[in-house]
Design a protein around this ligand. Structure first.
Ligand code: R5P
Length: 305
């Protein structure tokens, strides 16, 4: 087996390779003065199983093109089977038509990825489980929830006195699973309304049956698939604090961290923010309250099977 990495998240690819007792195979990514890329695999892959790791995190367009070319290069060099690991799948939130006249970006991505000839796709914590239906090749959907559960148990011996909170109704499935992993820790969800044109969160309130759990809890553990601007999380914290809970922690898989997310999160009333390394966080986006947990072991385990 040969494992290659695009340029978006080499540290994660290196960790995955190490867990598999492999070294990353070399490839050449040459950038022309106009920004176009020329990709070349520099290891023999004829009749080999090939794994390509590339997160399609910011900047998604550049990272997708690099991924498509890497797959093509491996294919032309004779790779037998190509597994593509996309720890963060860019454009996944535009997975259906929200408003007349829009593109369904995820469908375009799915068609293009499949057209390159990949055999299998491994992804982490998709925004919605239905996203797999956009693909006809096998999609392995891994989750960081067991990694979060383990860290929560290490941090809080009295974790069952916490309440798990989903900052929107779309995340209910996620907190139910985490609740089971944490011996039925109570959970609650927030009803969030976002203005599609501006991206601003217009209102948020607890689901009708949920406020009771929240009031009696010692701390809130907010769980989400991703943090982009940080506005969803901060709106949730502001609401939770009104119930009297002062300890608020966030567990979110993908640190997309756009715009002023660093300032928004660092200056919020959050105690700590836990994310994973599905996306490489640039140094200038890191902040004191941040802790990064690795998904490399989970991915390696899956590649081995
Ligand atoms: C939305 O449904 C997602 O689950 C996240 O809550 C959202 O994408 C986070 O975005 P932001 O950090 O910009 O509020």
């Amino acid at each position: 087996m040969k494992i290659f990495s695009g340029s978006s998240n080499k540290p994660l690819a290196e960790k995955i390779a190490k867990s598999l007792n492999l070294n990353l195979s070399p490839c050449e990514i040459f950038i022309f003065p106009d920004g176009e890329r020329r990709i070349r695999v520099l290891d023999k892959v004829l009749d080999d199983d090939v794994v390509i790791v590339q997160s399609t995190s910011p900047l998604p367009d550049k990272n997708y093109m690099e991924l498509f070319f890497l797959v093509d290069a491996a294919k032309r060099a004779g790779a037998k089977n190509i597994t593509v690991v996309v720890p963060y799948l860019g454009y996944q939130r535009q997975d259906h038509l929200f408003r007349i006249g829009e593109a369904v970006s995820l469908e375009v991505i799915a068609k293009t990825l499949e057209a390159t000839g990949i055999n299998k796709l491994i992804v982490f914590d998709l925004h919605s489980i239905k996203i797999r239906e956009n693909f006809s090749i096998p999609v392995v959907h891994l989750t960081a929830l067991s990694i979060f559960a383990q860290r929560i148990k290490e941090l809080f011996k009295d974790y069952k006195d916490s309440v798990l909170i989903s900052p929107d109704m779309g995340g209910i499935r996620r907190i139910k699973i985490l609740s089971e992993l944490l011996d039925n820790t109570p959970y609650a969800a927030i009803e969030k309304n976002r203005d599609l044109a501006t991206g601003n969160i217009e209102s948020s309130k607890f689901g009708t049956e949920d406020s009771g759990f929240v009031k009696n809890a010692k701390r809130a553990l907010i769980v989400d698939d991703m943090i982009s601007t940080g506005r969803t999380i901060v709106a949730a914290v502001d609401l939770i604090i009104k119930t009297g809970i002062t300890e608020n922690f966030v567990f979110a898989t993908h640190p997309v961290f756009s715009n002023e997310s660093k300032e928004i999160l660092q200056n919020s009333k959050l105690s700590k923010v836990f994310v994973t390394d599905t996306i490489k966080i640039p140094e200038n986006k890191k902040f004191e309250k941040l802790e990064v947990l690795s998904v490399a072991g989970e991915i390696a385990k899956n590649i081995k099977n």
